[in-house]
Design a protein around this ligand. Structure first.
Ligand code: DHB
Ligand code: MG
Length: 629
């Protein structure tokens, strides 16, 4: 598989773009005319710069409004084409993309267009150049790759071929099976883009909302499988028009792009045997069996406050690390690690972010395989030196520079608590409150990073993403998407904050980066849990009484039931699958909190309640300007 990306997909000037593209490991680049025109060097120098970066120019584009023009426009278009051919030869590329004509002057007719392309093919052949024709989804006469293919077929010229762009085909829901019978030599290049399903004008959707394959909702894999069936073995080239990417980090966007293609290649390899559009085999996506632990980094002075809080939530101190200042608290299947070790990464993370849940361990079938897959997908491996008796735990860098560990039960990792920890008896006489596991882990990040982490998780783990939900915070909107698996053993909610005034935005800004903002524990009986919490002296988040009046009316609840919810500050929601109960802690520090949920079939995360609990959570935040606690 050879990978390429269009310069339009990346932020910066041409040199910055090329730098990021080369660094991310692409083989080629599509030069967008505007990126060249806005740059100060000659075509020859630009071509040399591309090659100095070790890249090939896969094509030059776009050449617009060519086919079907009446005279005198027709002659002028050919003159224009000759000028571009000059430029291409100086730059050192042999392929130009002609996108279908959008001009109101354009005349229709497959044969007329085919004749124009035959003539262009003759002119291109004289210079050893090739022309690829792409149907824009909004082209005036040609907006379907099947018609573009018919024109190319009738032009019947070796220097004229077809360019397929997944966006144009999939946005119009054109049957991808029509691709299978196109001869592979007539497909000059494949352009790839995904997009979120939004009902809007095709041109606007294409120019502003495209994203990397796997980041959106289009069936890009079906498109690719059809392409693979032709035997096509040329470049896969990303062409992503996206407002956010234009303003984003060139390196981060390039890395995401390359990851999206590697992941796509892996999916094609599994679907189409013998396809050339793949890379070296890698292990399958890791099936997550559950969250093995969440680890907090704390300062020595904070240990007792955090430990007391966890005890109030019903956790028992059950283990102390044999060599490090690390404790483990447990309840049901939940392990919370409190790490006050000054050396090592936990200490470094504390120095940067303060007290935080900086690491997460996941139970998978094969931890080494999960690591190998992550690394093949460009994740950064995390390693640190071990004390005698410690076992090495495969790990990668995750959100906000935090750590994602993989554990399995087939290696000593399955006995990590016995091997590395000494058992202890908790001296406090507080009681468990019935927490059984982790329902979900919520990570907050800037909205710009949301797609990056969605792709990261879904490419490495056997999980899918849910549609985007708007979380209404009194200070702005937070966009939320969930990565979850079918058995419900993995649920990570990703919250993308657009401004720093929201609860999520405050957390990111004041802790210097993205990370786990809340942990939601599961219970089978929220009322019993609430009573047990109160017996432990744990004060839950107070919810406005107004919420309950509305709730009762909205769901037609029994007043006694509403009273019980209200007495315990429990929020309630319902969908067609079942009921959902939620209970919150106050926020701590810069906005970290705990949630406790009971779900009976319910599939969501209580988005309808978000505004009410966020309003309540915010009351505990330090107002900006006052010193940190
Ligand atoms: O939006 C456009 O005009 C445009 C131009 C060239 C392309 O390859 C494309 O897919 C879209
Ligand atoms: Mg295109």
């Amino acid at each position: 598989m050879k990978t390429s990306i269009a310069t339009v997909s990346i932020s910066g000037d041409l040199k910055e773009k090329l730098h990021a593209i080369a660094k991310a490991g692409f083989d080629g680049v599509e030069i967008f005319e505007n990126d060249f025109l806005a740059f100060d060097e000659s075509p020859r120098q630009v071509g040399q710069m591309v090659r100095d970066y070790g890249l090939e120019i896969t094509l030059f584009q776009p050449f617009r409004d060519f086919e079907g023009m009446p005279e005198p426009l027709r002659s002028r278009t050919f003159d224009r084409a000759e000028r571009k051919f000059d430029l291409m030869q100086e730059m050192g590329t042999d392929l130009v993309l002609v996108c279908s004509n959008v001009s109101s002057a354009a005349l229709g007719g497959i044969d007329r267009a085919a004749a124009d392309f035959f003539e262009l093919g003759e002119r291109a052949a004289k210079r050893g150049l090739r022309v690829g024709y792409e149907a824009l989804a909004w082209g005036r006469h040609i907006h379907d790759h099947r018609d573009a293919w018919e024109i190319v077929r009738r032009a019947d010229h070796p220097n004229i071929g077809l360019i397929l762009d997944s966006f144009h085909t999939l946005s119009r829901k054109i049957d991808v099976n029509s691709i299978r019978s196109i001869p592979k030599e007539k497909i000059f290049i494949i352009q790839l883009a995904d997009a979120p399903l939004i009902d809007m004008d095709l041109l606007y959707w294409s120019r502003h909302f495209r994203n990397m394959p796997g980041e959106g909702d289009l069936p890009v894999l079906d498109f690719m499988n059809a392409v693979a069936a032709t035997g096509y073995d040329g470049y896969l080239s990303l062409e992503i028009f996206n407002d956010q990417f234009r303003g984003g980090s060139p390196t981060a966007i390039a890395v995401d792009g390359r990851r999206s293609l590697v992941y796509l290649g892996d999916q094609v390899r599994r679907a189409v045997s013998g396809s050339n559009l793949t890379l070296a085999p890698m292990p399958p996506r890791a099936e997550v069996e559950g969250v093995a632990f969440i680890e907090f980094t704390v300062d020595e002075a904070e240990i007792s406050a955090l430990s007391d809080r966890l005890r109030g939530l019903g956790f028992r101190h059950v283990g102390r690390h044999k060599t490090k200042r690390v404790d483990v608290f447990r309840q049901g299947g939940i392990n919370l690690v409190v790490n006050a070790d000054q050396g090592g990464f936990a200490g470094a993370s504390y120095a940067l972010h303060g007290q935080s849940a900086y690491a997460m361990g996941l139970w998978v079938g094969d931890a080494q395989a999960a690591l190998a897959r992550a690394v093949a997908l460009g994740a950064e491996r995390f390693e640190q030196s071990l004390d005698p008796g410690e076992i090495e735990m495969p790990a990668i860098r995750g959100i906000g520079g935090g750590i994602l560990y993989f554990l399995d039960r087939q290696s000593p990792l399955g006995r990590i608590w016995e091997i590395e920890f000494d058992p202890v008896e908790d001296s406090a006489d507080l009681q468990p409150v019935g927490l059984t596991g982790i329902d979900h882990v919520a990570q907050s990040m800037k909205y710009d990073e949301l797609l990056t982490w969605l792709l990261f998780y879904t490419a490495i783990l056997d999980a899918h993403k849910t549609p985007m939900v708007d979380i209404i915070d009194p200070a702005g909107v937070v966009r939320s998407q969930v990565v979850e698996n079918d058995p419900g053993t993995l649920r990570i909610t990703l919250n993308g904050a657009e401004n720093r005034n929201t609860l999520a935005g405050h957390f990111i800004a004041e802790t210097f980066g993205s990370g786990i903002q809340h942990l939601a524990f599961a219970t089978d009986d929220i009322f019993a849990t609430a009573s047990a919490l109160s017996a432990n002296g744990f004060v839950t988040l107070a919810i406005s009484p107004n919420y309950y009046d509305d709730l009762e009316a909205r769901f037609g609840l029994d007043p006694d039931f509403t009273e019980r919810l209200k007495a315990h500050n429990i929020l309630y929601d319902r969908d067609e699958h079942g009921e959902y109960f939620q209970l919150y802690s106050p926020t701590y520090g810069e906005g970290f909190f705990f949630e406790i949920v009971q779900r009976s079939g319910y599939r969501g995360y209580g988005a309808a309640n978000a505004i009410f609990r966020i309003a309540a959570l915010r009351r505990h935040l330090r107002p900006i300007g006052l010193p940190k606690r």
